[in-house]
Design a protein around this ligand. Structure first.
Ligand SMILES: Cc1cc2nc3c(=O)[nH]c(=O)nc-3n(C[C@H](O)[C@H](O)[C@H](O)COP(=O)(O)O)c2cc1C
Length: 467
């Protein structure tokens, strides 16, 4: 299934449904597996309720939400999304009965092995839930205060009939909540949503401002109040219209080695200890579907989602570093390890300032090993353009900055120490004023009229050359 999914994703193909998955359970299952839901940027945008062209506007809205007093350019964004803004302050609707509780397996009837959970790569440690929306709430909060819930997508390893390993990285919302419960020596109630609606899936993966609830944001994108229902065995509310819910408790101190699993870097992660969840109930709707994906060397679905999220993030980044015209994190470089940034350059040293601002001010660039700065005339998404800028506007003796012992994710085994690595910045912008003593080259371009004439002639006389 992983290989089929990858081939279809590479061809920008459709959503896949595997009707009769086999080979995973002693009991067998009649639950079909759905993959490639977010296999194209168009489908990711649709999941957010907009077209690809609408992403920039939604990104401006998110930037305006973050700014305490939005700057002029962004204030307009808030007024263009009045419905969404209003929806963010509406409370979820709590219902008494829900489709997702059509069937309930409780206590000894729980058997996770009856779900068609994929083992994706040959050397994976076991079955891995790849699209869980993990719901947690802070210690001391009320179960019905759903606006304080955190929703995050953290992969979950199946250990046995009723135990899972929660792989929330230490800086995630779920891990923060767990630390709160563990400090009070209490087990934490958790609900895992499998097959949430697309807006909820994407909101859970999106780094939203702290003040915005993922569940409410998803409701706002869907233009409806989120419908929640009390879980059967834990003090939590869960989405009433999901496909499957796993309820349970995460121990304050029980850990188990998670992995190895194939990850977005294209390599297997080493095993690391993470907290264990004891599942007390599995509930599902009539004829449920199990949503899955793989993570692997790009392209994978998270890389496609990342491309869309990066477009959404651009207005937020520009609110802090206004001279940035465009920014691209090539999916092939694991979606964050290399960044290409185009700037509207006005003064000497500006490219270096932008690189240092990205590394220093914005947490999402902490693990970006290489930044290439280019001028606004360079298409940041075109490797030929980037190579031309590097070949003609960059001097390796003058235009390279390197840093040592800066933060890095532990998955980067190329860095000399776990968690600490170097950074490199390549300034491929035009050198101005005191940056150079030499006369700089002038870019050659035909006139617009000549270009148009040539294109018309080619279209007419050599139609087979048309794109
Ligand atoms: C398919 C997929 C798998 C992910 N796996 C993990 C994971 O295993 N651990 C993790 O900490 N984050 C993972 N993430 C990223 C988080 O979901 C994302 O950063 C999210 O914004 C975290 O939410 P939080 O800030 O509320 O914790 C994954 C994202 C996607 C789309």
């Amino acid at each position: 299934m992983t290989a089929v999914h990858r081939a279809v994703l590479e061809a920008k193909g459709p959503v896949l449904q595997f009707d009769q998955p086999t080979g995973f359970s002693a009991r067998g299952s009649s639950i079909p597996v759905v993959t490639n839901l977010f296999g194209t940027t168009e489908r990711v945008a649709a999941g957010l309720g907009v077209s690809l062209d609408g992403l920039d506007d939604l990104g401006s809205f998110l930037a305006a939400l973050r700014a305490p007093t939005p700057p002029d350019g962004l204030r307009d964004a808030l007024s263009r999304w009045p419905v969404l803004k209003a929806a963010l302050s509406t409370r979820p609707k709590v219902v008494k009965t829900a489709p997702v509780q059509h069937a309930c397996h409780i206590g000894p009837d729980v058997d996770l092995r009856a779900l068609p959970i994929q083992t994706h790569w040959p050397e994976d440690a076991g079955p891995l839930i790849t699209w869980p929306v993990v719901l947690t709430r802070p210690f001391g909060s009320e179960p019905n205060a759903a606006q304080g819930y955190n929703a995050g997508v953290y992969r979950v390893q199946v250990l046995d009939r009723n135990r899972l390993i929660m792989r929330w990285l230490p800086h995630r919302g779920g891990a923060g909540h767990h630390r709160g419960w563990a400090r009070n020596n209490k087990k934490m109630p958790v609900a895992i949503v499998l097959g949430a609606n697309p807006a909820t899936l994407l909101s859970a993966a999106l780094p939203l401002p702290e003040t915005v609830s993922e569940l409410t944001f998803a409701g706002a994108l869907n233009q409806s109040r989120p419908r929640l229902v009390p879980a059967r065995t834990v003090p939590m509310l869960v989405p009433a219209d999901a496909e499957i819910i796993l309820e349970g408790w995460v121990s304050p101190n029980e850990m188990a080695p998670e992995g190895p699993f194939g990850d977005h870097t294209g390599y297997y992660n080493p095993a690391e200890p993470f907290p264990v969840m004891h599942v007390t109930a599995v509930t599902y709707c009539e004829a449920p579907l199990y949503l899955s994906t793989y993570t692997g060397r790009p392209p994978d679905e998270p890389a496609i989602i990342g491309e869309v999220f990066n477009r959404l993030a651009l207005p937020t980044i520009r609110a802090q570093i206004p001279e940035i015209c465009d920014l691209w994190l090539p999916p092939a470089a694991c979606s964050y390890r290399i960044a290409i940034v185009a700037i509207d350059k006005r003064y000497p040293g500006q490219a270096r300032r932008v690189m240092m601002a990205l590394w220093g001010m914005l947490p999402q660039f902490s693990y970006t090993k290489m930044i290439v700065a280019v001028d606004a005339d360079i298409n940041t998404r075109n490797w030929d353009d980037i190579a031309w800028a590097l070949a003609t506007r960059m001097d390796p003796g003058r235009d390279v900055i390197t840093l040592d012992r800066t933060p890095m994710d532990y998955l980067d085994f190329a860095s000399p120490e776990p968690g600490l690595a170097g950074k490199i910045g390549l300034d491929a912008t035009t050198k101005i004023q005191s940056e150079t003593k030499r006369e700089w080259g002038t870019v050659m371009r035909s006139s617009e009229a000549d270009l148009e004439f040539a294109q018309n002639l080619v279209n007419k006389r050599m139609p087979e050359l048309q794109p």
